[in-house]
Write a new protein. Structure first.
Length: 442
């Protein structure tokens, strides 16, 4: 009996094997190979707001093109994927987005040096969840940038334990050590709160409802822009008064937002989050920036359609003009040497002191006089011999830069100093620099 059962089992196993082999031969068509990955051109797609289906289109700022810096010098707590929409929107506006520091570790002194250099060119600075504290020197550089009209956008997040207040406090803003929750009305989680109360502002235009997923509260010496409703609570026990989630500082070009998650895909497509992000990008890419002489050459536009004209006080200065033209082109600034001034274009004037009459109106606007002596805005009188002047006029929507020296050789040295950045040690104001050789004071 046992032998009979064993024989039946063997026949059964063989039968199953034959059936499997037959099915394999009939149906098997080789391994599956998926289609090749498709590179998506994000900039060719319009982004649709989730609330009403309207397409987002770039706005046109006062400055055509520009630079937005995104801080990565402070071990910032975000990934490339999380800023995908932000980055795409900035580029769609015709602006460049530069990751300042590219997440490399550096000392406080090196970070400050990078800020000083790159903020000369930038229109806006975005800071998201910095995990390393800011030094006083870095904050000084950013404060100077804000003073010139540069825009600062600070985005904190209570879930990432950042060091934003080491920067924000200088501007009268405090990100509180809390997070907000709502147990009565929320987006499927008590931490996902709705915000519907907005003050009229370019940053809140068109907003009805936004959803913030990990959000804290803000105090600011400036106006609050968005406030949570009465049923929203803070984990900070001493909570009193309004719980603001977005605010301006006293300086209108400084904005604080206490949630980062709303701009991370796919959260950016929830409710009016898309419109809020669009408003922020419009703010960042509409430049109100004022450029000082120290910012040379970044007050000149780059590209073939935005050239600078170089004017000469006399023909023998052609060599200096050629050196300047070559140096500007290394920055991507096209330049051409002209015989007469086109008052609609940005300009550099190269001359000797005897040529000062040709640019007298620009010198007078800066408080500078050149005749038998060189008069400074402070009232100091200098000998013409050994004195080199650099003056910037920024009236009338253009930038006119003037270099005057006592000899052609001195002028050529001034051009070299301008291109190397050495001229910055000679600045006596935002628009005047003076280099004095021995015996020039009177």
């Amino acid at each position: 009996m046992a032998a009979k059962l064993a024989g039946i089992l063997i026949l059964l196993v063989v039968g199953v094997g034959v059936a499997f082999a037959a099915a394999f031969l009939v149906f098997y068509r080789g391994n599956y190979a998926g289609p090749p990955a498709v590179e998506v051109d994000y900039l060719s797609h319009s982004v649709v707001s989730a609330n009403d289906g309207t397409q987002w289109t770039p706005s046109v700022g006062e400055r055509s093109g520009g630079l937005v810096l995104l801080d990565t010098l402070h071990s910032n707590g975000f990934s490339s994927r999380e800023i995908l929409t932000l980055r795409t929107r900035v580029v769609a506006q015709g602006y460049d987005l530069e990751l300042l520091g590219n997440f490399a570790r550096s000392s406080a002194a090196d970070r400050r040096a990078q800020y000083v250099e790159r903020l000369r060119e930038a229109d806006s600075l975005i800071v998201i969840t910095p995990l390393v504290a800011y030094s006083a020197g870095e904050v000084d550089a950013i404060e100077d940038f804000v003073r010139k009209g540069g825009k600062l956008i600070m985005v904190s997040d209570p879930g990432r334990r950042d060091q934003m207040n080491t920067l924000a406090q200088r501007f009268g803003v405090q990100f509180r050590p809390d997070y907000l929750f709502n147990q009565l009305e929320n987006d499927q989680n008590y931490q996902n709160i709705f915000v519907r109360d907005f003050q009229p502002d370019e940053l809140t235009a068109g907003l009805d409802t936004i959803v913030l997923f990990t959000v804290g509260s803000i105090t600011s010496s400036g106006p609050g822009l968005a406030v949570a409703d009465a049923s929203t609570e803070s984990v900070v026990a001493e909570n009193n008064g309004d719980l603001y989630v977005m605010a301006r500082a006293d300086q209108r070009n400084v904005v604080a937002i206490s949630d980062f998650t709303f701009m991370i895909p796919p959260n950016d497509a929830t409710a009016d989050n898309d419109r809020l992000l669009s408003n922020i990008i419009d703010f960042a890419t509409t430049s109100d920036r004022v450029f000082d002489l120290a910012d040379f050459p970044h007050f000149y536009q780059t590209g073939p359609d935005d050239g600078v004209q170089i004017l000469l006080g006399q023909p023998e200065l052609l060599g200096s003009a050629a050196n300047l033209k070559s140096g500007l082109e290394e920055y991507g600034i096209s330049a051409d040497i002209q015989g007469t001034e086109d008052v609609s274009r940005d300009t550099v004037f190269l001359g000797l002191h005897d040529d000062a009459l040709q640019v007298r109106q620009y010198l007078q606007a800066a408080g500078v006089r050149v005749d038998d002596t060189v008069g400074m805005p402070s009232g100091l009188e200098l000998d013409r011999a050994g004195t080199t002047l650099t003056v910037l006029d920024r009236e009338g929507g253009r930038h006119v830069l003037i270099l005057l020296a006592d000899t052609p050789a001195a002028l050529n040295r001034a051009v070299s100093g301008l291109l190397s950045g050495g001229f910055r040690s000679d600045l006596i104001s935002d628009v005047v620099g003076v280099s004095i050789s021995a015996g020039a004071s009177k």
